[in-house]
Design a protein around this ligand. Sequence first.
Ligand code: APR
Ligand code: PHB
Length: 400
Amino acid sequence: MHTQVGIVGAGPAGLLLGHLLHLNGIDSVILENRSREYVIDRVRAGVLEQGTVELMSAMGVGARLQAQGLRHEGLYLSFQGERHHINMAEHTGGKAITIYGQNEVVKDLIDARIVTSRPLHFEVENVAVHDVTSECPRITYRSNGRDEQLTCDFIAGCDGFHGICRPSIPSGTLTFYERSYPFGWLGILAEASPSSEELVYTYHERGFALFSMRSPTITRLYLQVPPEENIAHWSDEAIWNEMLARMATKDGWKPNVGPIIQKGVTPMRSFVAAPMRHGRMFLAGDSAHIVPPTGAKGLNLAASDVLVLARALREFYRGGSTEWLDRYSDVCLRRVWKAQRFSWWMTSTLHRFPDGNPFDRQRQIADLDYLTGSRAAMTSLAEQYVGLPLEVPLSSVGIA
Ligand code: APR
Ligand code: PHB
């Protein structure tokens, strides 16, 4: 079988790319090694930048997002027992973020893919890419007990950090930039109505904590914990005690407590692979870069990468120009590095570092004090949090 673009991975990157290509009349086959239920149920982050919301709406996949997403025009930074509000809309000419779970995004995109009748195969095994530096790259895989081969014009490696596309590139070809952090996040979903309408990022001497939500009845909370922390060591009672110890403020605000319906530990890492291309294979999203979740940028970077890739493929198929394919990696990496810097800065400012001394902690407090008292600093935070401009306009992929 042949397709124009073989897409490995049905996360946000692969599904968004498939739909953008569909809207431009370009064929693709999406191959995913997990089951449909698994990718829909997998709990991930949930903050969409203004530009990601506009992209999904322009693509015609924003109906449920518009109806159920929670638009937030501000956020709180909490330290020394006090919450400080930052009005993002006021500092960005009316921009905001929308809380909408990544798994809901994935569900909407799978539904949209099915309506197009274009191929999306779940539970495929032994996915491997071949001849990516030739004119005719191939993907081999096993599906329903049969070995299959897909020849492609291009391959999109949208298979996340643990996928096979990036590792298939010969060693020495890419440069890796990496930083790991001496902590992870323990995250829970709880059946409790959110006690704040907006997110609360807390710096506390016991460690960072984050108050978020998924809906008017579900609260999403995170705690800084040691890296590789075993979730089995945390009873629900211990989790709530620690959440309350870190988040409760002097004015009496605290999260509402309720049954914990999901819990897990997320590692924290900053990672970039460059360039995001090898021959006719293009890496997009987490397969090329990882950010720590503090800046809430992972899903949004996946969206901005595939927008650039869709533009490049559209130009190629319309007029044979490879100019945008050749620029793909450089254009994406400019935005990726700014998001990396922001995510690293949010992480460094808000977490307690095991080797931090009293000087470091006073410096962090001063950073937060400045941030919540200076218009210039609030504007800088707000414009990055709601999302820096996309590198290409939506009109360049024919959807605006
Ligand atoms: N073959 C096919 N599919 C694979 C393979 C493989 N060998 N390996 C991984 N996959 C699939 C995964 O099961 C997953 O569904 O690729 C998909 C990659 O999706 P994500 O990890 O969600 O990555 P991406 O689409 O780039 O989205 C980035 O995901 O990790 C979060 O915080 C991150 O929000 C960001 C977003
Ligand atoms: C979430 O709601 O899952 C969330 C919110 C903000 C973050 C990270 C995760 O920075």
